[in-house]
Design a protein around this ligand. Structure first.
Ligand SMILES: NC(=O)c1ccc[n+]([C@@H]2O[C@H](COP(=O)([O-])OP(=O)(O)OC[C@H]3O[C@@H](n4cnc5c(N)ncnc54)[C@H](OP(=O)(O)O)[C@@H]3O)[C@@H](O)[C@H]2O)c1
Length: 380
């Protein structure tokens, strides 16, 4: 049976995506990139992925693994090879030196400084193929592309709910909703993101630590609390551990001025304060996201908040991905809090712009993954 060359390219690019994902949590804010090099007869000669910020690019790794076998062969890479001297040399030159005859890439590099790699290689006589039709490739670097386009981090809203859609069991019921296996998955994701965002409601009820536990951590996330009126208790676990784990409290500028003593006490304990002008007590969440990206280098945010902050994030079109853990429990009757409050004007709504992208199982929990479709690139 012969395999169509387009299908074989797609299969190898999907392999490159899986390689790229190994860098999640280590390479951001750079894009995750994976690469496969074939010899002249089409056999796999080298694999590579971008492993850490400042480290060799995926193409360089894969070419090094292939060595002389790359001559006359093909290189398939999830992102257009860079064409500039950054922390590492231009990948285009390494590809030309290796004798590669054909280059297939997934997405164009949106960075104006690094771009132009495909053109450079085509001009040098290589056969160059662009394969931007693969959903897996587009999903891989949605967060990177989104930040370049909007100046905001990629926001993943995560919540655990009962079968009847409640995120709490009822007043005073502080038991976990999801299973230990699900929580492990959340801790792994915490250890791969730059910030964990929550609301003061959750801090006052749960007194969470929002750190990474029981799994290896790839980075230390900044803990961010939306707390317009500076209600966070000095005795809370977040404040108590602020000296050892970065903690940002976001409040109304007016409140910071009027409660200067309290603000100073929080800062003395290691909390960083970010004040923004609130309107009617409401902080501008879009501005907050922009500031997280620009001032704190945040590329990916995991939201672990209650219904009210989740609702406001949805309402402002700021949720890019949602992970919903559905556990086989019921809150029952009128008890418990619905997952998302006031996200829309009311009625049944599909306008959140999310599509079901994955269904996983963690013990008896379902993990539903929703995302903004990659063709929704024009979302403001
Ligand atoms: N199952 C889960 O996955 C999960 C996860 C986290 C929390 N929870 C539960 O959720 C419950 C807390 O829910 P919640 O809705 O009170 O908590 P929350 O969403 O974490 O925090 C709500 C608070 O944040 C404020 N807020 C949100 N957006 C704001 C903005 N743009 N500007 C100013 N203030 C803003 C709200 O102000 P307003 O009063 O003005 O709205 C409210 O005071 C707890 O019982 C907790 O256990 C469950």
């Amino acid at each position: 049976m012969t395999v169509d060359r387009d299908d074989r390219d797609a299969e190898l690019l999907r392999m490159a995506v899986r390689l790229a994902l190994r860098g999640h949590g280590l390479v951001e804010p750079n894009p995750m990139v994976g690469c496969v090099v074939l010899d002249a007869s089409g056999r796999i000669a080298g694999l590579g992925h971008h492993r850490r910020v400042g480290g060799p690019h995926a193409e360089i790794e894969a070419l090094a693994a292939a060595g002389e076998r790359a001559r006359g062969g093909s290189l398939l890479v999830t992102l257009e090879p860079c064409n500039h001297q950054g922390r590492t040399g231009p990948c285009t030159e390494a590809i030309l030196d290796s004798g590669i005859a054909r280059m297939v890439y997934g997405e164009p590099d949106p960075n104006p400084v690094a771009g132009g790699g495909a053109r450079r290689l085509a001009d040098a006589g290589l056969e160059v193929v662009k394969r931007d039709d693969l959903e897996e490739v587009r999903r891989l670097n949605r967060p990177f592309m989104h930040r370049i386009r909007t100046g905001r981090p990629w926001v993943v809203a995560k919540w655990a709910q009962t079968l009847d859609g409640k995120i709490t069991g009822g007043a005073g019921d502080g038991r976990w909703i999801s299973s230990g296996l699900s929580r492990r998955l959340v801790h792994r994701e915490r250890g791969c993101c730059d910030a964990i965002l929550t609301g003061i409601g959750t801090v006052l009820v749960d007194d969470p630590l929002l750190n990474v536990r029981d799994v290896p951590s790839r980075r230390t996330p900044l803990r961010v609390v939306v707390d317009a009126r500076l209600q966070i208790p000095l005795s809370s676990k977040l404040v108590a551990t602020a000296a050892s784990q970065p903690t940002l409290v976001v409040c109304d500028s007016e409140v910071r001025r009027s409660d200067a003593d309290l603000a100073a006490q929080l800062e003395a304990r290691g909390v960083t304060l970010l004040d923004l002008p609130a309107t009617g007590g409401e902080l501008p969440l879009r501005t907050l996201c922009e500031r997280l990206s620009a001032d704190f280098g945040v590329a990916r945010v995991l939201v672990e908040a209650g219904a009210r902050l989740l609702g406001r994030l949805f309402r402002n079109g700021l949720v890019d991905e949602a992970w919903v853990f559905v556990a086989p429990r019921v809150a029952g009757g009128d008890s418990g809090m619905p997952a998302v409050a006031g996200a829309t004007e009311g009625g049944l709504v599909e306008s959140l712009g999310l599509r079901l992208e994955s269904i996983r199982r963690r013990g008896d929990d379902l993990v539903l993954g929703y995302g903004v479709p990659s063709d929704a690139g024009t979302r403001p």
